[in-house]
Design a protein around this ligand. Structure first.
Ligand code: ASP
Ligand code: MG
Length: 417
């Protein structure tokens, strides 16, 4: 007998028919002799719809009220799913975040889990219930309802699995696992049987939407056995695990891309100590995350530098930089946002020279220039012009031997954004 956490994303429970299919799946898993905890997201586009609704009434609502509103989505799901399980002859009980002791800090909209006190949930399991828990939500010490950030239900599932020492955490979604790259871009993309926590974390951070990065981090930290699989088929899925117990010898495991990239160049900056600290300190103070930073050589005591950031932050960043012109004098800023970042990821890159060189050669053989580069032990990212994205991903997928021999993709578009 095993203790299993099953997490279902919004599109997996998006319609009554899908809800019934999920209920059936849960009952089957329980009848195999397992204790089952279910974590569920808001149905379909509910969260987006609630955000839209709020905008009609207040363009800048307080984070507290936003959390109060958005947690309703998951609450609808848990009640409906529990009823559906009962209607199919099972026993289920729904729980909100605070009811399962999901304690978070008090940062509305992106709260972090501090502690879980799962006694109530464990009691329900003992009595033979399927415990159906609302994803993405918790409560602060002061008793305020919080959310964990968009896509946070994955994190709820992994954190619960760690807290109750579950044997496995299964993430059910609308694709049948983690792919070498987005099958909508490369039709020969292949489903991976396994991937390491570190590789999955990089892919998730670099744009692969199948798992929330924080959930992967949590799983790695607490050694939670994770599986990503389809809620529509019985296919095996992808297991995410420690690298040491995986088959060795894969150099590049997957390719991710981020279409949400802008670049700001600051030209003619006085080259004195503290310039970078001033610029990036001011950006950080304004909550702006910066990604790749490149500084060019100095000429006549002036330097140029450039950095990338999320497109949505570009205008705000420009005004922050204009605001500190007294402290950091410069000649001009230039901003662009028709850029994308393409990344190759693989734990085997560390010990294999020439992997990055192959990426550069592949891109340049297409006559495409690389605007910026960033590397770590297990990834290499290139910023290129947006219209070249598909061409580049297809070529890299072939160059690193990732192409499937036959088309393996099953399922619809990913439920994440
Ligand atoms: N419903 C929330 C969202 O759409 C949480 C989740 O789906 O994981 O972001
Ligand atoms: Mg959702």
């Amino acid at each position: 007998m095993s203790l299993i956490v099953m997490k279902f994303g919004g599109s997996s429970v998006g319609t009554p028919e899908r809800m019934q299919r999920v209920a059936q799946r849960i009952i089957e898993r329980q009848q195999e002799g397992n204790d089952i905890v279910v974590v569920v997201s808001a149905m379909g586009d509910t969260t987006d719809d609630l955000i839209e609704q709020s905008k009609l009434l207040n363009s800048n609502p307080s984070a507290r009220e936003m959390d109060m509103l958005l947690t309703v989505g998951e609450q609808i799901s848990i009640a409906l799913l529990s009823m559906t399980i009962e209607a199919s002859g099972g026993k289920a009980k729904s729980f909100t975040g605070w009811q399962v002791g999901m304690k978070t800090d008090s940062v509305h909209g992106k709260a972090k889990i501090v502690e879980i006190q799962p006694e109530r949930l464990q009691e329900a399991l003992k009595l033979g219930y399927v415990a159906v828990v609302a994803g993405f939500q918790g409560a602060s010490e002061a008793g305020e309802i919080t959310t964990l950030g968009r896509g946070g239900s994955d994190t709820t599932a992994v954190a619960l699995a760690a807290a109750i020492n579950a044997d496995i955490c299964e993430i059910y979604t609308d694709v049948d696992g983690v792919y070498t790259t987005d099958p909508r871009v490369v039709k020969n993309a292949r489903k991976l049987d396994e991937i390491s926590y570190d590789e999955m974390l990089e892919l998730a951070h670099l744009g692969a939407a199948v798992l929330h990065p924080r959930a992967v981090e949590y799983a790695k930290h607490n050694n939670v056995q994770l599986v990503v699989r389809s809620s529509f088929t019985k296919n095996e899925g992808t297991s995410v695990k420690e690298e040491a117990i995986m088959e060795q010898g894969v150099v590049v495991r997957g390719i991710a891309f981020d279409k949400n990239v802008a670049r700001i160049t600051i030209n003619g900056v006085e080259d004195v100590p503290g310039v970078l600290a001033n610029v990036f300190g001011a950006l950080a103070d304004n909550g702006i995350d910066v990604d790749i930073i490149v500084q060019s050589g100095t000429q006549n005591g002036k330097a140029d530098f450039a950095f990338t950031l999320a497109s949505g932050d570009k205008d705000k960043a420009i005004s922050v930089i204009e605001g500190i012109k007294d402290i950091v004098p410069y000649r001009e800023t230039i901003s662009e946002d028709n850029l994308v970042k393409v990344s190759i990821v693989g734990a085997g890159m560390v010990s294999n020279p020439g992997v990055a060189a192959k990426m550069f050669a592949t891109i340049s053989s297409l006559g495409i220039s690389i605007n910026m580069v960033s590397t770590s032990e297990i990834k290499c990212s290139c910023v290129i012009s947006a219209e070249k994205l598909n061409e580049v991903v297809v070529a890299l997928h072939t160059a690193y031997g990732l192409d499937a021999t036959e088309q393996a993709f099953v399922g619809g578009p990913s439920e994440r954004r």
